[in-house]
Design a protein around this ligand. Structure first.
Ligand SMILES: Nc1nc2c(ncn2[C@@H]2O[C@H](COP(=O)(O)OP(=O)(O)OP(=O)(O)O)[C@@H](O)[C@H]2O)c(=O)[nH]1
Length: 341
């Protein structure tokens, strides 16, 4: 790849934020607005079954899925490979948006744009945009180190779901964010209703500031680190974290689901196991329904509706994913499979 001038480099926005904060909501907003730009979207999910890529609106050909799992390890391979592939189609799109999993530490992702020589020649990190859940962020700052890193690394922070907190709680969340990151631009939002200009083309990623936080950010070290997930490990000089208790349960069901069984079941599971379920989501083929039923939940909060119709060439099957701690995996699995029509 030949080296592009700084102004010609493709801007990359890294979209991060803890599980369920609203990253996909923001991404869909960006993609559905009349911006006149062509975006390539790269998604990376925790969980065996890809669901996020299917929930991204009207962007079928533009969505690239990175292998699931630990993004720090995927980064070296998948992200670089995808970006190099995209560069061969140069002129076909104007910018790249990388949506990381809610469990990802954004540092290694951001690092890719500085440490990998080939990528660095053609792409520039425009900004790290972090979506924060106004309702849950304070809890996650206590129990999830990734959540804190996501705030620390942000250039722009969207404090989302302000409808779920009081003005006093909102001020408290902002104070916590400010204590971790005094530099980022903050936007309050409901359903991530921020102006596109607030999140894209920011030219905001500030290397000097990052070097203050992580003096070793640019140090490319040897690549072998043990894949001992569940422990903080050093990666290119950066310490970063994986949550050892976090698990995901992915279930696939061929054929239709009976809504009369599924609705009470999903409500019961999220009520009973809500504190442990950080996130659930799924695409369900409901009996006698020509449309795909899509549901999502964060803890006990659940919403769902019928979305686009199943295409003729699409297999009617259902897939659901639960992410959390101490999940009663067998019971969840058996419960869902028992909802078959
Ligand atoms: N009440 C409320 N709900 C919201 C708001 N924004 C998003 N949601 C809901 O929160 C849930 C999670 O939103 P997503 O955009 O899927 O979150 P995400 O960060 O992409 O989630 P993961 O991909 O699992 O990490 C969905 O059910 C949204 O409809 C908001 O401002 N207020």
């Amino acid at each position: 790849m030949s080296e592009a001038r700084e102004g010609d480099k493709i801007p990359v926005t890294v979209l991060t934020g803890y599980l369920g904060a609203g990253k996909t909501t923001l991404l869909n907003r960006i993609l559905s607005e009349p911006h006149g730009k062509r975006y390539a979207v790269v998604v990376n999910e925790f969980g065996e079954i890809g669901i996020d890529n299917e929930l991204v609106v009207g962007a079928d050909e533009e969505v690239f899925e990175m292998n699931n799992g630990c993004i720090c390890c995927t980064v070296r391979g998948d992200l670089i490979r995808i970006i190099e592939g995209l560069m061969r189609r140069k002129g076909k799109f104007d910018a790249i948006i990388v949506e990381t999993t809610g469990l990802a530490d954004p540092a290694p992702v951001a690092q890719t744009f500085f440490v990998d020589e080939d990528v660095q020649k053609v792409a520039r990190l425009d900004a790290v945009v972090t979506v924060a859940d106004a309702r849950w962020l304070a809890h996650r700052l206590r129990d999830a180190p990734e959540a804190k890193n996501q705030i620390a690394f942000a250039d722009v922070i969207v404090i989302n779901k302000i409808d779920l907190v009081s003005p006093a709680e909102l001020r408290e969340v902002e104070a916590r964010i400010r204590a971790i990151n005094p530099y980022a631009t903050l936007h309050r939002a409901q359903n991530c209703d921020v102006a596109l200009a607030d999140v894209l083309e920011r030219r905001a990623f500030d290397l000097d500031r990052i070097l203050d936080i992580e003096p070793d950010f640019l140090v490319a070290e040897d690549h072998d680190h043990d894949h001992d997930h569940g422990h903080a490990h050093e990666h290119h000089g950066l310490k970063h974290y994986h949550d050892e208790d976090m698990q995901s349960v992915s279930i696939r069901l061929d054929g239709d689901v009976d809504p009369a069984k599924f609705m009470p079941w999903i409500n019961r599971v999220t009520q009973e196991q809500g504190p442990n379920i950080l996130r659930c989501k799924g695409i369900v083929a409901m009996k006698n329904d020509p449309k795909r039923f899509v549901f999502q939940g964060v803890h006990m909060m659940l919403d769902g509706d019928s979305q686009r119709a199943w295409r003729a060439d699409e297999k009617r099957e259902s897939k659901v994913v639960f992410i959390g701690r101490n999940l009663e995996e067998e019971a969840i699995r058996a419960g869902f499979l028992a909802c078959a029509a």
